[in-house]
Design a protein around this ligand. Structure first.
Ligand code: BES
Ligand code: MN
Ligand code: ZN
Length: 495
C-alpha cells in the first residue's frame, strides 16, 4: 500500500475513486460542494431525494459523474459534527475503506482531512493509514491457494488546502509503522511448528542484514548458562527446540545517548509445561510470542524511518512444553540476578524468561526499559480486549506511554505496582515464588518483574488481551506497535 498527500480540486482529480463527505441532514462538505458544482447538482439532488442521509459511516458509490474526472465518487456520511468522537471517526474510516475495497479501483483520493471526519488532520491521517493497511492485510499465506491481494494499492490524501510538511511526515511515519505491524501480525499468526525460537532468530538476523543501522546477536543456551540464566533455561528444559536470546541494537543517534530497551516475551508455544493448560483454545498459545513479534515490528519500522534514537530489542525465546526433562512444580532455580525462585506453576513461565532478560538488559546502560508480554489471562479478565495493562516504576514514563497510546489510538490502562502486593510472592523455601494466587494475577506478575528492574526506569505492558483476536476473526492485531512507535517518535521530538 502506497500513500501520498496533495492539494487539488475534487472535480479534476484523476483517480479510481474520489471520496467526499456529507453531513447528516444533507449539508455537503467543501470538497463535496466542488463535485456538486461540476456535476450540475448531482449530489444535492441526491441528498434532497433522501438517497444519502449523511448518517455517520453510511456510504454511497456513484459512477462516472458528468464533469468529474474520477471514475467513481464515494459519498461518506459524517454524521452530526457535534456528536463526532474518536469512535465515530474510526467507524467512518472503516466504512470508507470497506466501500473502496468492494470496488475495482486501484487508487483513491480521499478528502477527509479538511473537515468532518475528525477534528485533527494528523489523527485522521494516522487512523486512515492504519485502517487501510488493516483491511489490506491477508493472513492466508499458508493456504495452498491464497486469496487475491487487495486491489486498492494507492491512497492519496487530497485536500483543498496545501498540506503541511508535518502532515506528510505523519503519513510516512504511520505507513512505516503499518509495515512493522504487518511483520508483527504475520509472525504472530504463524503456527508454532514453523515459528520456532530458531525461526524468530533468523527473522532478527534478516532485519540486521537488511538495515545497516541494526546489529543482531543471538545467544545460545550454553552462553545463557555462562551468564547464569537459570530461570530462563528452566522454561526450555522440556522442549526439543533450542532456546535463543536475541538482541537487536539499533543506532540512530550518538553512541553516547542511552538507549531505550524493548524486551519482548517470545514463547513460541505455551502448553503450560507440567502444569498443563486445558485443551480448549490451546492453539492460541502460538500467540505467546506476540511481545517478541512487536519488538521486531518496531525495530523494522524505526530502521526504515531512520529514527534519531538508540533502541535495543531483547527477545528471550523458547517453547514451554512438558517432558521427562521439564521443570516441575516445586523446583527451585537461580536467576541471573542471583535471586532464587520456587516454581509453583510451570505455566507462569513468561515472568521466568523475562526476569533474566530484564537483568541482562542492564548491560546496555538503558535510559528506559519497556517489556511487552502476553503475560496473564487475568489481564484479559480485567481489561478485556481494548486496553493493554501498563505498569511502571516511574510516573513520568507511565504518563508518556499513556499519552502515546491515546495519540495512536492504541491505548493502555495503568494498574498499581504497590508494595502491598509483594508479600503474595513470599516463598518458604526460596527468595520468591513464581505465582501470587488468583487475586490480582496481573498485578502480582508485574510485581514479580519489578524485583528485577530496580536499577532503571521500567514499564511493563501486559498485552494478553490485545495482541490477537479470537473466534471467527482470529488473528494477530499488530498491537502495541502503534503505541510504542508513537512513544519513540515523541521522544525524538522532545530531545
Ligand atoms: N501466556 C499465558 C497468559 C495468557 C493466557 C495470555 C491466556 C492470553 C490468554 C501465561 O504464560 C500464563 O499461562 N499465565 C498464567 C499465570 C498463572 C499460572 C499464574 C495464567 O494467566 O493463567
Ligand atoms: Mn503460561
Ligand atoms: Zn505464556
Amino acid at each position: 500500500m502506497e500513500f501520498s498527500i496533495k492539494q487539488g480540486n475534487p472535480d479534476s482529480m484523476k483517480s479510481g475513486c474520489v471520496v467526499v463527505g456529507v453531513f447528516e441532514g444533507g449539508k455537503l462538505s467543501a470538497a463535496a460542494q466542488a463535485i456538486d458544482k461540476a456535476a450540475q447538482h448531482a449530489l444535492s439532488d441526491l441528498t434532497k431525494r433522501g438517497d444519502m442521509s449523511g448518517k455517520a459511516a453510511t456510504t454511497l458509490l456513484l459512477h462516472k459523474l458528468p464533469g468529474v474526472a474520477a471514475e467513481r465518487v464515494l459519498l461518506v456520511g459524517l454524521g452530526k459534527p457535534a456528536e463526532l468522537n474518536h469512535k465515530i471517526s474510526l467507524e467512518i474510516l472503516d466504512a470508507t475503506f470497506k466501500a473502496l475495497n468492494s470496488t475495482p479501483a486501484k487508487d483513491a483520493a480521499l478528502y477527509i482531512t479538511d473537515e468532518g471526519v475528525g477534528n485533527d488532520a494528523a489523527w485522521v491521517i494516522k487512523q486512515a493509514v492504519f485502517t487501510a493497511a488493516e483491511q489490506a492485510f491477508r493472513a492466508d499465506g499458508m493456504k495452498s491457494k491464497p486469496g487475491k491481494p487487495a486491489t486498492l494499492k494507492h491512497i492519496t490524501f487530497a485536500s483543498l488546502n496545501k498540506p503541511t510538511a508535518a502532515l506528510k511526515n505523519v503519513m510516512e511515519q504511520t505507513a512505516a509503522t503499518t509495515r512493522g505491524m504487518e511483520l508483527t501480525k504475520t509472525l504472530g499468526n504463524l503456527p508454532g511448528n514453523i515459528c520456532t525460537p530458531t525461526y524468530l532468530a533468523a527473522q532478527a538476523l534478516a532485519l540486521g542484514k537488511a538495515h545497516s543501522s541494526i546489529k543482531t546477536t543471538v545467544l545460545e543456551e550454553k552462553d545463557m548458562q555462562k551468564l547464569g540464566m537459570g530461570s530462563f533455561l528452566s522454561v526450555t528444559r522440556g522442549s526439543e527446540q533450542p532456546a535463543k536470546l536475541i538482541t537487536l541494537e539499533y543506532t540512530g543517534a550518538a553512541k553516547t545517548q542511552k538507549p531505550v530497551v524493548l524486551v519482548g516475551k517470545g514463547i513460541t508455544f505455551d502448553s503450560g509445561g507440567i502444569s498443563l493448560k486445558p485443551g480448549a483454545e490451546m492453539d492460541e498459545m502460538k500467540y505467546d510470542m506476540c511481545g517478541a513479534a512487536s519488538v521486531l515490528g518496531v525495530m523494522q519500522a524505526i530502521a526504515e524511518m531512520g529514527l534519531k534514537l538508540n533502541v535495543v530489542g531483547v527477545i528471550p525465546t523458547c517453547e514451554n512444553l512438558p517432558s521427562g526433562k521439564a521443570t516441575k512444580p516445586g523446583d527451585i532455580v537461580t536467576s541471573m540476578s542471583g535471586q532464587t525462585i520456587e516454581i509453583l506453576n510451570t505455566d507462569a513461565e513468561g515472568r521466568l524468561i523475562l526476569c533474566d532478560a530484564l537483568t541482562y538488559s542492564a548491560k546496555f546502560k538503558p535510559d528506559t526499559v519497556i517489556d511487552i508480554a502476553t503475560l496473564t489471562g487475568a489481564c484479559v479478565i480485567a481489561l478485556g480486549h481494548v486496553a493493554h495493562g501498563m505498569f511502571s516504576n516511574e510516573e513520568k514514563l507511565a504518563q508518556e506511554l499513556l499519552a502515546a497510546g491515546e495519540q495512536a489510538h492504541d491505548r493502555a490502562w495503568q494498574l498499581p505496582l504497590w508494595d502491598d502486593y509483594q508479600h503474595l510472592l513470599d516463598s518458604n523455601f526460596a527468595d520468591m515464588q513464581n505465582i501470587g494466587g488468583r487475586a490480582g494475577g496481573t498485578i502480582t506478575a508485574a510485581c514479580f518483574l519489578a524485583r528485577f528492574t530496580k536499577e532503571y526506569h521500567w514499564a511493563h505492558l501486559d498485552i494478553a488481551g490485545t495482541a490477537w483476536k479470537s473466534g471467527k476473526h482470529k488473528g494477530a492485531t499488530g498491537r502495541p506497535v502503534p503505541m510504542l512507535m508513537q512513544y519513540l517518535i515523541n521522544r525524538t521530538a522532545s530531545k
